[in-house]
Design a protein around this ligand. Structure first.
Ligand code: GRF
Length: 203
């Protein structure tokens, strides 16, 4: 299966998927697209010999125009699945509909908690004793699509946002390649507004 990954930054989740895909994996990262020029994830793709490019939102007048160009860029890679890995843009309804059922995102909170930004600080401010990360199918509701898999981490006294972020990142790198693998094996599907693994409703 062809995997296209969208990034805006460091791309450590991209790296985890590339690493996993190097042995006994049902998919291949065929393209990496960043909206930010110079994002380190592009270097990771380059180092792995994967086609990569920047499509900057700055050269477009509207979100619709950008997303239309993004669709064209992605579809040139003939993707079976499109993986958002730290892609820091809100997508239009048209974009989401185009990839409905084959668009995945990772969000650093235990959804439905803390949709949006600054999730680690918000978990600390709320005094949460546990925090975590969710992989979900993308629907038109921001960070609101059906959850596929979550991983929890403990929150320790004295933790700062960056400590939590690091702890969560370790789990991200474990669960995202796994979910993408399930999808590529055709075991994971979005049916209506439900995520199903081997025909069983998740989570
Ligand atoms: C991760 O924390 C992910 O959950 C969020 O963006 C961050 C991306 O990190 N959506 P990286 O670029 O994969 O290192």
């Amino acid at each position: 299966k062809n995997i296209v990954v969208l990034i805006s930054g460091s791309g450590s989740n991209l790296q985890a998927i590339i690493d996993a895909s190097e042995s006994n994996y049902p998919g291949k990262v065929v393209g990496v697209i960043s909206n930010i020029e110079g994002a380190y994830g592009l270097t990771r793709a380059e180092n792995a010999g994967i086609a990569n490019q920047t499509l900057s939102h700055k050269s477009f007048d509207s979100r619709e125009d950008y997303d239309a160009a993004l669709i064209e860029t992605i579809d040139a890679y003939k993707p079976d699945v499109v993986v958002l890995a730290g892609f820091m843009r809100i997508l239009t309804a048209g974009f989401v509909q185009h990839y409905q059922g084959r668009l995945l995102n990772i969000h650093p909170s235990l959804l439905p908690k803390y949709q949006g930004l600054n999730t680690h600080q918000r978990a600390l401010d709320a005094g949460d004793k546990e925090h975590g990360v969710s992989v979900h199918f993308v629907t038109e509701e921001l960070d609101g699509g059906p959850v596929v898999l979550q991983a929890k981490v403990p929150v320790f006294d004295g933790d700062e946002a960056q400590d939590l972020a690091a702890r969560v990142h370790q789990q991200e790198h474990r669960i995202y390649p796994l979910v993408v693998k399930w999808f590529c094996e055709e075991r994971l599907k979005m049916i209506g507004e439900q995520a199903q693994l081997d025909g069983q409703v998740l989570p």
